[in-house]
Design a protein around this ligand. Structure first.
Ligand code: AMP
Ligand code: ZN
Length: 114
């Protein structure tokens, strides 16, 4: 998608601080970190939100979780815990219309979120 900031990072048109990459998934450090560790895990395929996920994306969806788990383990977030967040739509606080999972950790996270 031409105007999608995450597609631009995926294509290398703008820089991103990459935490992980393979043929299907990119993980980048959030530009405005809300925790000591704040990584965005995104499919390289432009999918607007959870609401656009289809049954053909089942393996890709599983891979997003697998990436989150592996990053959490490599960053030793698994010891004390962490949070995975997928904001969806206006009330969900989604500001970038390209599906992404936030991996947040490194401090105790409050609940409920704002
Ligand atoms: P959301 O509000 O759930 O859509 O999350 C979008 C996230 O993308 C926010 O946490 C932003 O700080 C982050 N973000 C926006 N632009 C960039 C960028 N160029 N590189 C890394 N993270 C970004
Ligand atoms: Zn996109």
């Amino acid at each position: 998608m031409r105007d999608c900031i995450f597609c631009k990072i995926i294509k290398g048109e703008i820089s991103g601080n990459k935490a992980y990459e393979d043929e299907d998934v990119l993980a980048v450090y959030d530009i405005d970190a809300k925790a000591p560790v704040h990584i965005l895990i995104l499919p390289k395929k432009h999918i607007k939100s959870v609401m656009e996920l289809g049954s053909e994306d089942a393996a890709l969806t599983a891979k997003l979780f697998k990436t989150a788990k592996e990053l959490a383990t490599s960053l030793e977030l698994d010891k004390k815990g962490f949070r995975l967040v997928v904001n969806t739509g206006e009330d969900g606080g989604q500001s970038v219309a390209h599906l992404h999972m936030h991996l947040l950790g490194g401090r105790a996270l409050g609940w409920p979120p704002g």
